[in-house]
Design a binder for this molecule. Sequence first.
Ligand SMILES: C[S@@+](CC[C@H](N)C(=O)[O-])C[C@H]1O[C@@H](n2cnc3c(N)ncnc32)[C@H](O)[C@@H]1O
Length: 277
Amino acid sequence: MTPIRRRGKAVSRVPGRRGWSRSSPRPFSGISAPGAVKDPSFRRSLALFRAFMHEQDDPEACYSLLARDAADQVEAYDGPVAGRTVVDVGGGSGYFTEEFRRRGAQAYLFEPDMGELGEKPPEGAVIADGYLLPLCDGVADVTFSSNVLEHVADPQTFLSELARVTRPGGLIYVSFTNWLSPWGGHEWAPWHYLGAERARARYRRRTGRPAKHTLGENLFAVHIGATLRQVRARDDVEIVSARSRYWPFLAEAVVKAPGLREFATWNLLLILRRCPP
Ligand SMILES: C[S@@+](CC[C@H](N)C(=O)[O-])C[C@H]1O[C@@H](n2cnc3c(N)ncnc32)[C@H](O)[C@@H]1O
C-alpha cells in the first residue's frame, strides 16, 4: 500500500480497481457515453431544463435524460461503470438503476416506498430504507442517491449508511435540492420562501389537490453550508467535488460562496470517496 496524506494524517492508498488520493480528485476525465453532452455546458443545462418543464406530461423522457446525465457524471469522476456494483438508494421507479444496467453495471435498486416503485420496477428491486440497507459493508463500487437527502429526517445517519456499504476507495454520489433553492419547496416552490404552510395551502387552493410533501414529514430544510461542514467533519468519506448538479458554468465556484450558494446552487451534487476504515 502506498502512504498518502489526508487531512494532515498519513493514510494508505486502497488497493482495488482504482487508487485515489487527495491530490488527484478526478482520477478519470473522460465521458464514456456515446453522444454525451459536455458537463457543464449551456446545451446540457438547457436540455435538462426543458425536460424538467415536461416532467408531469412526459416523465419518461425527463427521467431517462436525467438518468443518462447522472450516469455520465458518475463515469466522468470514476470511469465506466461496466462490470461494477452500483447501489441506487431511494431510486424511485428505477430510471437510474436501469441506466446503470444498460451500461453494464450490476445495479441494484433500494426504495422504501411501494408507491414510488410504480408498476414496473426494475427486476430485483428491494423494498428497503436507506437508513438500514440489507447489504454487507463495502459491497458497492458506487453508491448513488439522487434527490433523497432532503427527504430524510437525519441526513448524516443516511450518509453513514451509504458510506458503510461502499468499498474503501469507492464513489458516493449524493445530490439534493436544498431548502433555499428556487425548487426547495418542490411542488409548492417558489412559494416556500413565504413559509411552508402558506405555500402548501396555496398549492391546494390552486390545484384542488393536497400537496405530496409536508415540511418536517417527508421534506426537510437541508442547507448547503451546514451539510458541507458536517460532511467535511466526517472521517468515513472525503469530498472529491461539491458542485451545482445542473449549472452550465461555475458549477463548483457557486458552492464556495456562503449565503449566495443557498439560493444559486439549485441542487447540490456531492461526489465523495469512501475512506479506508
Ligand atoms: C424525489 S424522489 C427521488 C427519486 C429518484 N432518486 C430521482 O432522483 O428521481 C425521493 C425518493 O427518496 C425516497 N426516500 C425517502 N426516504 C427514504 C429513506 N429513508 N431511504 C431511502 N429512500 C428514501 C422516496 O421514497 C423517493 O423515492
